[in-house]
Design a protein around this ligand. Structure first.
Ligand code: AP5
Length: 211
């Protein structure tokens, strides 16, 4: 069985893109807390409406809500997961180890990137509403505008992918990442990847680490 994978990295560093490709290639299950939260938002429930406000402000949703979503959506006795976007602070890192991973083998991949690249990547990102395929208008656009090449679903721009909110998300990331990196460094499970490289090279580096 593959180890569990934890993807750490700034917004736009490529975590989701690489996770989706590993699902197809290597049978991992992709668990993105961002996607789980957006599903709650789509329900337009009272909780969903609260989450919308937090995401649109570029802030982090409460740890307890996110942990609950993770618990409901994974079974580590059956599958190997990619935790994408979780943990986002040291409290979440400790919860992940103590409540979810227990004694399971895991590797932490840190998508290290020059922050100057992020804004351009994110404001040009488009995502399929149905299959979640990730596009970019700078080199990987859908063939027909607004329509997914894979499934014909609607390709849309995420509400939080605008300059103002992206800058807030990057600032939150900068203020929370160091203790998380230190935590995993101490456990000797941290592997760094240069996420500024092109998609294929990043994918190749990840494959080398997993093997
Ligand atoms: P979330 O959905 O997790 O967003 P994020 O972490 O901000 O990450 P992104 O999805 O923006 O980036 P990515 O690294 O996946 O990049 P991608 O592969 O798409 O979170 C959204 C919000 O939900 C948060 O702000 C927060 O409010 C809340 N939330 C989520 N998790 C939470 C948690 N645990 N606790 C509390 N709150 C939480 O790539 C980006 C673009 O770049 C794409 O267009 C792609 O095509 C392109 N690209 C990717 N790789 C490359 C490459 N190597 N070269 C060129 N282009 C590339």
């Amino acid at each position: 069985m593959n180890p569990q994978l934890i993807f750490l990295g700034a917004p736009g560093s490529g975590k989701g893109t690489q996770a989706k490709s590993l699902v197809t290639k290597s049978g991992f299950v992709h668990l993105s807390t961002g996607d789980l939260l957006r599903k709650e938002v789509a329900k337009e429930s009272e909780l969903g409406n609260r989450i919308t406000k937090i995401i649109d402000a570029g802030k982090l949703v409460d740890d307890s809500i996110v942990l609950e979503l993770i618990k409901i959506n994974c079974d580590l006795s059956k599958d190997s997961y990619i935790f994408d976007g979780y943990p986002r602070n040291i409290n979440q890192a400790k919860s992940l180890n103590e409540v979810i991973l227990h004694d399971k083998k895991y590797i932490v991949l840190y998508f290290d990137i020059n922050f100057d690249l992020l804004l351009k990547r994110l404001i040009n990102r488009r995502t399929c509403r149905d299959c979640s395929y990730i596009y970019n208008l700078l080199g990987n656009s859908p063939k027909k505008e607004g329509v997914c090449d894979n499934c014909g679903g609607e390709v849309f721009q995420r509400h939080d992918d605008n300059e103002e909110v992206v800058n807030k998300r990057i600032n939150v990331y900068k203020s929370t990442i160091k203790p998380i990196l230190d935590y995993y460094q101490q456990k000797d499970v941290l592997k760094k990847i240069d996420a500024s490289l092109d998609l294929e090279t990043v994918a190749q580096k990840i494959d080398e680490i997993i093997k």
